[in-house]
Design a protein around this ligand. Structure first.
Ligand SMILES: Cc1cc2nc3c(=O)[nH]c(=O)nc-3n(C[C@H](O)[C@H](O)[C@H](O)COP(=O)(O)OP(=O)(O)OC[C@H]3O[C@@H](n4cnc5c(N)ncnc54)[C@H](O)[C@@H]3O)c2cc1C
Length: 314
């Protein structure tokens, strides 16, 4: 029997949609029990949201002041202790999950299965390797707890609304480390949609040419209500901050519409948009590799084409 513990990701008292995506993977395993674990200082609002996710059996909460910030070193021992009796621990494959899951796996003495894209059986999973150039099927040892990160872009969020799972408060008796402490969280603030969950994304690359020129990307994104992304070359050149980077070493995203402007389409960039719906490319080089994956392509100068597109949209 599969008994699955899904670790909730949250910020500022709100549940991240990556949690419901991890629940989808748990449903695909046909878990008889799917519990969501919320670790926070104030758990009520987050637990209430988690309880509404269809398919969730119970929401378990651990409320303590040490959990006010998502410190992997502090959360991992509590997760490992709670994991006793569970066959699987699923964590979203986001910055949060990539930080905490390896520590949980180490504490449980198992090898982590990373970036689960699909479930083939209770212990058999498919995941990308070589920057997404190949997909491997891996089998975890059924004698041990499976600790896996769930590739958010590969899973739709489990529906919410009809679920009303019971919420249970836990006391986890485990010594917490004091060698790691929270100092400060620095994050960009923006009124634009969140890059990782937006349904439309407009990204700019080195072809945009400068930080000032990037305004054309921001304006176009605002016109169609999209989040803004960028290639690594654009980030490295200082056009935009690194949290906008899309790709292997940036964000892996799955918007319904992805518009790549002045981006050549290097494999490391394409890895980040593998699961995008419709891809539109604007590039002055008709031979650019981005056109091999684009559903629609415009060959020409972005500084001429974007104003034309905007005029049409008006
Ligand atoms: C280990 C590793 C990890 C990496 N991770 C990432 C990653 O996460 N994300 C990522 O993006 N890259 C990543 N890279 C870098 C990647 O290999 C490419 O170098 C990068 O994606 C190139 O960015 P670009 O397409 O913006 O620039 P370029 O390759 O320089 O392409 C610029 C494009 O703009 C076009 N252009 C120029 N002027 C105009 C104009 N006026 N109008 C229209 N088109 C124009 C050009 O024709 C060209 O195709 C990684 C590389 C390595 C080795």
């Amino acid at each position: 029997m599969s008994k699955i513990l899904v670790i909730a990701e949250h910020l500022d008292g709100k549940l991240n949609s990556s949690t419901a995506r991890a629940v989808s993977a748990a449903i695909a395993v046909k878990g008889e029990v799917i519990d969501v674990l919320v670790l926070a200082d104030s758990v009520d609002a987050i637990a209430t949201e988690a309880a509404k996710i269809n398919g969730v059996s119970r929401v378990l909460t651990v409320a303590r002041s040490e959990n006010a910030h998502a410190l992997a070193a502090v959360l991992a021992p509590q997760i490992a202790k709670t994991a006793a009796g569970y066959s699987h621990v699923f964590v979203p494959s986001t910055t949060f999950g990539k930080d905490v899951a390896p520590r949980v796996a180490a504490l449980l003495g198992v090898a982590q299965v990373s970036d689960v894209m699909s479930v083939e059986g209770t212990h058999t999973f498919r995941r990308p390797i070589y920057a997404g150039n190949a997909i491997i099927t891996v089998e975890a040892d059924a004698a041990h707890t499976v600790v896996a990160t769930i590739r958010s872009a590969s899973w739709g969020a489990a529906a919410t609304g009809t679920g009303s799972a019971p919420i249970e408060a836990l006391t986890v008796d485990v010594a917490l480390p004091t060698h790691t402490r929270f100092v400060e969280l620095k994050q960009g603030s923006s009124d634009r949609p969140d890059l990782q969950s937006a349904s439309k994304v407009v990204s700019g690359g080195r072809g945009v040419g400068s930080k000032e020129n990037f305004d054309i990307i921001f304006k176009f994104a605002d016109r169609i209500g999209a989040a803004v992304g960028a290639s690594r070359a654009a980030v490295d050149a200082g056009y935009v901050p690194s949290d906008l980077q899309v790709g292997q070493t940036g964000k892996i995203i799955a918007p319904e519409l992805y518009v790549a402007i002045g981006i050549s389409g290097a494999i490391q960039h394409l890895t980040g948009i593998k699961d995008a719906g419709t891809i539109v490319a604007i590039n002055k080089d008709g031979e650019a590799p981005i056109f091999e994956v684009a559903d629609f392509g415009l060959v020409g100068d972005l500084f001429k084409l974007i104003p034309e597109l905007e005029a049409q949209l008006r």
